[in-house]
Design a protein around this ligand. Structure first.
Ligand code: PMP
Length: 330
């Protein structure tokens, strides 16, 4: 019989698929890695078990303990999966720009959720960083994984995502493109690929316009899960050769094109990464192989990116998409 012992054993080993239509006029091969095929639906499943294992080992998390974390949702799902298996309580703190569907997913797994305003600076007492610090201090037996500074985040990508890409491209990858949130994905995956290729693989970050990684100050943007207004310890800029800034409008348009033209329904940070990858790939040749990490699926964004009225309300689509929803003619 072939089956996994637990749901957590199915994390990782996500497939690569080639882009075909979006790459018209581009000589390089562009492959995307489908992280939404992880059991919790995102790349964050990878970091969760590694972070919790380490916390148990270091005595930071004891039986009956509570996991408290500020997370845009995906890390919460990964942590909730592991917590469920091992009997921990989870309390997640989210910014209010996160879609309701993402919140409902967390509560479905049994986690508790606290929503905080996006519009306040990180040092404000209501910011999602401050609220999670306070809860971690007040709840007895609380452990805060602190994904922005926990070295086990990048380490999990160094040990799994990087080797998978190297194996699945037979060592022929020339460029890695990944969005930067905590920076764990690009740091861990990029470090592995640079080491194994002796520096040959180029590492390209994708960042929302206005975020610090591409020289901004953290001006609000709508794409979720990427961009920051501070420099997390999980991000090592020495691994990254270039960062490409992408506007919300370009990220969301590309996200919609991925669904319509490639059949790949993913979130806005995936569209952002593909937009950056295609810009970079324009200058590359037929021998180049670009791998783009797509962190999560599109189901959590149906009321936003995939909703014409929502897109138009922000001026993101000048022309309404033709033939989307038709009223029944009476
Ligand atoms: N996209 C989404 C949707 C995410 O949730 C995250 C994680 N914050 C990222 C991209 C970025 O990954 P990382 O934190 O490893 O940089």
């Amino acid at each position: 019989m072939k089956y996994a012992e637990t749901i957590i054993d199915l994390v990782g080993n996500t497939p690569l698929v080639k882009l075909n239509r979006l790459t018209e006029g581009i000589a390089a091969t562009v492959l995307v890695k489908l992280e939404y095929l992880n059991p919790g639906g995102s790349s964050k499943d990878r970091i969760a078990s590694r972070i919790i294992d380490a916390a148990e080992r270091d005595g930071l998390l004891k039986p009956g303990g509570t996991i408290v974390e500020p997370t845009s949702g995906n890390t919460g799902v990964g942590l909730a999966l592991v917590a469920q298996q091992r009997g921990y309580r989870c309390v997640f703190v989210l910014p209010d720009k996160v879609g309701e569907d993402k919140i409902n997913v967390l509560t479905a797994y049994g986690a508790e959720v606290v929503v905080t305003p996006t519009s306040v600076p990180p040092e404000h007492p209501d910011s999602y960083y401050s609220v999670s610090d306070r809860l971690a201090a007040e709840i007895p037996g609380a452990f805060k994984p602190n994904q922005y500074f926990n070295p086990n985040g990048p380490r999990s990508h160094y040990e799994t995502t990087g080797p998978e890409i190297w194996r699945d491209t037979d060592g022929r990858i020339t460029h890695l493109v990944a969005g930067v949130g905590t920076g764990g994905t690009i740091t861990g995956t990029g470090r592995y690929l640079k080491e194994v290729s002796e520096g040959r693989v180029r590492i390209v970050g994708a960042d929302p316009e206005g975020s610090v990684y591409s020289g901004g100050t953290g001006r609000p943007y709508l794409v979720e899960g990427v961009g920051e207004d501070f420099w997390p310890g999980a991000y090592d800029p020495s691994v990254v050769d270039a960062v490409i800034a992408v506007s919300d409008a370009d990220a969301f348009r590309m996200t919609r094109r991925l669904a319509r033209e490639e059949g790949i329904l993913v979130g806005g940070s995936s569209g952002m990464a593909v937009e950056a990858a295609l810009r970079a790939a324009k200058d590359l040749g037929p021998g180049d192989i670009v791998v783009v990490i797509l962190p999560d699926g599109g189901r959590g964004y149906l009321a936003k990116i995939f909703n014409d009225r929502w897109m138009q309300s922000y001026g993101f689509s000048e022309v309404p998409d033709e033939s989307t929803v038709h009223d029944i003619i009476k």
